[in-house]
Design a binder for this molecule. Sequence first.
Ligand SMILES: Cc1cc2nc3c(=O)[nH]c(=O)nc-3n(C[C@H](O)[C@H](O)[C@H](O)COP(=O)(O)O)c2cc1C
Length: 315
Amino acid sequence: MDTSVLFCGVKFSNPTVLASGILGVTASSLINVARHGAGGVTTKSVWYKEHAGHRNPVIVVGDHYMLNAVGLPDAGIEKTRVELPKLLKESPSPVIVSIVERSIADFEKIAEEVAKLKPPLIEVNISCPNVDDEFGKPFSCSTVEAGKVTRAVKKRVGKIPIIVKLSPNVTNIVEIARSVAHNGADAICAINTLGPGLMIDIEMRASVLSNGVGGISGPAIKPLAVRCVYDIHRATGLPIIGTGGVTTGRDAVEMMMAGATLVGVGTAVHYRGIDVFKKIIQEIEDWCKKNNVKMVKNLVGILDSRSMKNVKLVS
Ligand SMILES: Cc1cc2nc3c(=O)[nH]c(=O)nc-3n(C[C@H](O)[C@H](O)[C@H](O)COP(=O)(O)O)c2cc1C
């Protein structure tokens, strides 16, 4: 079975990709994930300067979801300069470097520095609050700011394709997707975590996470992620990394049918271990054989549109 897919001109041996933030930025950790079968690996979002995260506890897991308030900790570009060359040299799978910042000027700086290290793809995490915005709203929540940051990063990375990662915490994700597409995004990753959500320790009458609230990920957000991917695929036609709750091969097939070329796998590493990639690929292959699909890439966007005939795009 041919499980390969082409994404922005980069060949992935299979559509599974480690989602950002799940297993760090170090070369040893990410090479290990690639050796365990991931078609691609995404680094944790890197900052220009060192960035402290939140105090523990930062993660709590329920049966069908995870809440995290890790707070995007990172050692900054110096550490990336050490780890990334080794990762790029030794990873058997393509590497996506995720970048994050709180102002457009800083996004330009980190984009330029990361581009010098020549990764095949750069993901732009725009879910962070924009310090230049009057209300500190995340870039991902404004069509104008999401467009501006996309355009600014695109100018700094030469020919490296950029994937803009969108947040589901908006009224109309299609509007944001159209704006980043219009401003030069080569691809989209959808979705980042939902929420935030709150888990209460009822005996203590206190929130479980030190930060109070945390982003929701895992199986509970999958239907939302699939719908976002479907809408974005239809509205922009850009290649998509469909991310959010994918835990099994069937989930991955569903995400691809909605329009994803690659499938992000994050929280499922917690539920199924590091072998989750191999397991998902095997399950995709089994499904394809049973359903007479010869090549995995043929799954992309094949949701029968007649079943969606009563659904209108929000914009
Ligand atoms: C512990 C944790 C840390 C995360 N860190 C990042 C990050 O640094 N950058 C980012 O873009 N997304 C980050 N995410 C979001 C994931 O990449 C992914 O978009 C989200 O968890 C939904 O996918 P999942 O349900 O497969 O986990 C993080 C998620 C978790 C659970």
